[in-house]
Design a protein around this ligand. Structure first.
Ligand code: BGC
Length: 795
């Protein structure tokens, strides 16, 4: 059985940020990096706390221009809990001799522990043991228990428990030229015998944030004198206790967090103070927290027996901490870097494409909430399309609070020090990702209310956008979509072109054709009154849907040298000297930065950041992809597909953690022997910080979710349709024994076990109709409370 503990031994300042990100604790409402409790932000440490969807907008001066950015705000640091001998310095591994140091994350219970033995300059030793939780049952609560044992001396210890409002967004070096001071109006106070509170507001979005901390010593001694009314921007509570080797001091800190976005509160400060005050003692808090995690693990069971199981469990843990059942009640999307750091400013990209298909079969209410986030911003997406002279919904590449385009227009190349134009907002394919998720969420859950309601509104508007974007080219006798950027963000213009954008990105066009086809299908399936209402509201005429039909069949897919071209003209770009660059630079994942720093441009070469054309093999099972190409008038046979896979495999630098995942997924079906190294890269993406320093700035949630989905859908070929649960497994030796528990429509807890070349499916007891399983030509019916074992095709 893979281990449930994620562990680090020894203190290593160079690794601290990585460990902080991977030891983050969260509950979907908020999360806090696994920073040392005694630390403040400096070159080594970065305690960060983020509430889902809490953004703020600031304007900075960059390269002589005013640049506006919206960021997920780093909230006051509630972790601060430190200790010293009354006449000494605060104990910390940075300033003391470190005799022992251990950090462990108990993934099953969601508990972080840190244990260190330190000796200060005066030779006083201490054993410091901290246990920390961010409560999974009550999303507004967190707690710490700190036990300090004096080793070889006796004396008085001072413990400081604080809420530190003196924080800003400073976690990503590249953004340091930008203003990161988002909090204002910090006020602190004390209440009762043991509680301090802090309140502040975000400077432009005007969200009030309040925290309260109750600190108690657990030695049965009389209550402490109340904390002095704190001033300044930190609410501090200090207390003293005698300590000796036989008399450890244990302190419990219980923290409550509220913001003015919360429902059912009067005001954030009183809500936080009350909640902290009413919270039970730490042991009880720990028990209810553990129970909440237990049921969450049951709902999202993925048990992989091979070595990869440990990493997958870590991925699932962080996924569930970012998107938990509590998230279902919030107006938030899928943050690309979790709630674990400040990279990409907490923005929402297309990464939900890699996360929702997994969640659909475990926490469908969370998927629905993520889609509701998109639906609430449908108006903004339609406005963006109108502003661009188009129609329908043009979803932003990066989305934050209100759904406007948040992609920065300048980005820094740290290698050259130059600020450069950023054209990644031209990735309009994000709209297809939204549509794909609507479709697949509804197929897996059977939620026709959503499909006919918000789902149809989004799908039809996205289809309208694609149809309107497509222009007829008589020379090719095809529709074309011009001036876009595909998933491979390296190419954003033709070499030497005055304008950004590329024409006929195959991924964009094929997914657009898919969206149009699905939209037409849905339009037919809508109950007549709803169809009439929707058409009326959208001003949709039959002539428009006729055009959708036409565009869905005649969008252009470019080809060159017997392979699908990433975009029109891709085949004419120069070949890169891959070996030469690897020799010179070693790691060439960020080839774009390397070439720009050489005054060259990646736009000149057949060199991609990540899977682009091959994304098609990730999204669509082989038969569906062939049918899609067939509809577009092309024959997609094995030769064309394997030739295309070969072509791009040799020309991709994997500058995104999504790349290894997609390549592993695609190769598992086309060239299995090579799949494993890509899958491994995806599995190790964050644990080994494969992209060199990026994990410390936040986990890569898409890749984490995607590796789980690789087991769930990639290797099983699972396609949860309305008529049956279709399966089309492919073996991958490194991931050959696993068990999943799924929620498929009315069946809660469908068991799917792959082992020894067999597939075992069990249907849970229920009053539902029997489960229908399709494996190749075989159709099996599994009544509730029974199971079936099928031999997997050899291969
Ligand atoms: C990738 C995008 C991804 C973004 C956020 C970028 O590096 O190229 O595909 O959406 O990171 O994860």
């Amino acid at each position: 059985m893979p281990d449930w503990t994620w562990r680090y031994e020894g203190y290593d300042p160079a690794q601290e940020r990585l460990r902080e990100a991977l030891c983050t604790l969260g509950n979907g409402y908020f999360a806090t990096r696994g920073a040392a409790a005694e630390s403040t932000a400096d070159a080594v440490h970065y305690p960060g706390t983020y509430a889902a969807g809490c953004y703020n907008r600031l304007t900075s001066q960059v390269a002589g221009r005013a640049v506006e950015n919206e960021d997920m705000v780093n909230l006051p640091n509630w972790l601060r809990l430190r200790v010293r001998a009354v006449d000494g310095d605060w104990f910390s591994p940075d300033h003391c001799s470190v005799l022992a140091y251990e950090q462990a994350l108990d993934l099953r219970r969601g508990v972080y522990t840190r244990r260190m033995r330190l000796r200060d300059g005066a030779g006083r030793g201490v054993l410091v043991e901290e246990t920390r939780v961010v409560h999974m049952g009550d999303p507004h609560l967190a707690g710490q228990r700190l036990t300090v044992t004096a080793e070889g001396w006796e004396g008085e210890l001072e413990v400081e428990s604080a809420l530190d409002g003196n924080v800003c967004n400073d976690g990503v070096e590249r953004y340091r030229g930008l203003d990161g001071r988002h909090l204002t109006g910090v006020e602190c106070g004390a209440t009762g015998a043991d509680t301090v509170w802090l309140s502040c507001r975000t400077s432009t979005s005007d969200i009030q944030v309040a925290m309260a901390a109750r600190t108690r010593v657990v030695d049965g001694s009389p209550p402490l004198s109340p904390p002095a009314a704190p001033g300044g921007s930190t609410a501090v509570h200090r207390l003293r206790r005698p300590a000796s080797p036989v008399r450890p001091v244990t302190v419990e800190k219980t923290v409550a967090v509220h913001t003015s976005r919360d429902p059912a509160i009067s005001d954030p400060v009183s809500a936080a103070v009350q909640r902290a005050g009413r919270a039970p003692a730490f042991a009880e808090l720990l028990a209810s927290h553990t129970t909440a995690w237990e049921s969450l693990w049951q709902r999202a069971e993925v048990d992989v027996r091979d070595e990869a199981g440990h990493l997958l469990r870590l991925h699932l843990f962080h996924l569930l901490q970012t998107l938990s059942p509590h998230t279902a009640g919030l107006d938030v999307g899928v943050p690309a870097r979790g709630l674990h750091g400040e990279a990409y400013r907490g923005h929402v990209f297309w990464d939900e494409l890699f996360v929702l298909p997994f969640l659909n079969l475990h926490l469908p209410e969370v998927s629905r909430a993520m889609l509701a986030y998109r639906h609430r911003r449908l108006g903004a997406a339609c406005q963006a399309a109108t502003d661009a002279g188009l129609a329908g919904a043009m979803y932003p590449w990066q989305s934050g609070s209100d759904g406007r385009e948040e992609t920065q227009r300048l980005h820094l190349n740290p290698r050259s020090g130059r600020w450069l134009p950023d054209h990644s907002h031209l990735q309009h394919h994000v709209g297809s990702a939204v549509a794909y998720n609507v479709w697949h969420y509804c197929a897996a859950s059977g939620d026709t209310d959503f499909l006919y309601g918000e789902g149809a509104e989004m799908l039809l508007q996205i289809a309208r956008f694609w149809a309107r974007s497509a222009v007829w080219d008589p020379a090719h006798e095809r529709y074309r979509i011009l001036g876009v950027v595909g998933p491979d963000e390296y190419h954003d213009a033709y070499p030497g072109a005055a304008h950004p954008g590329l024409d006929d990105n195959a991924y964009t066009n094929v997914t657009a054709a898919w969206v149009l086809t699905r939209a037409l299908e849905l339009a037919d399936a809508l109950p007549a009154p709803r169809r009439a209402e929707l058409y009326e509201r959208m001003g949709l005429e039959p002539s428009e849907t006729e055009r959708w039909q036409d565009v869905s069949r005649r969008l252009r897919v470019p080809f060159h040298s017997g392979v699908i071209s990433q975009f029109d003209g891709y085949g004419e770009l120069a070949e890169l000297d891959w070996e030469g660059y690897r020799r010179r630079y070693g790691d060439i994942r960020r080839l774009d930065r390397i070439l720009e720093a050489e005054d060259d441009s990646v736009n000149r070469y057949q060199a991609s950041k990540q899977a682009d054309v091959l994304m098609l093999g990730y999204l669509f099972p082989p038969a569906e992809l062939s049918a899609l190409f067939g509809r577009l008038g092309h024959r997609l046979d094995d030769d064309l597909w394997t030739g295309t896979v070969d072509h791009y495999l040799r020309r991709t630098s994997h500058g995104s953690t999504l790349s290894g995942l997609v390549h592993g997924w695609v190769l598992a079906r086309s060239r299995r022997s090579e799949a494993w190294s890509y899958v491994q890269e995806a599995l190790l993406g964050d644990a080994a910080d494969v992209q060199g320093g990026t994990t410390g700035e936040g986990i890569h949630l898409g890749a984490m979710g995607g590796t789980l989905d690789l087991v769930q859908r990639g290797l099983t070929g699972l396609d949860p349709g309305p008529d049956a649960l279709r399966l089309d497994p492919v073996p991958l030796p490194g991931l050959s024994r696993f068990h999943l528990s799924l929620r498929y429509r009315g069946h809660w807890g469908v068991g799917l076990t792959v082992r020894h070349g067999q597939l075992h499916v069990s249907a849970p007891e229920s009053a539902q109709a029997p489960l229908r399983i399709a494996l190749g030509d075989r159709l099996e019916t599994v009544p509730p409370g029974s199971s079936v074992t099928l031999d997997l095709p050899a291969g």
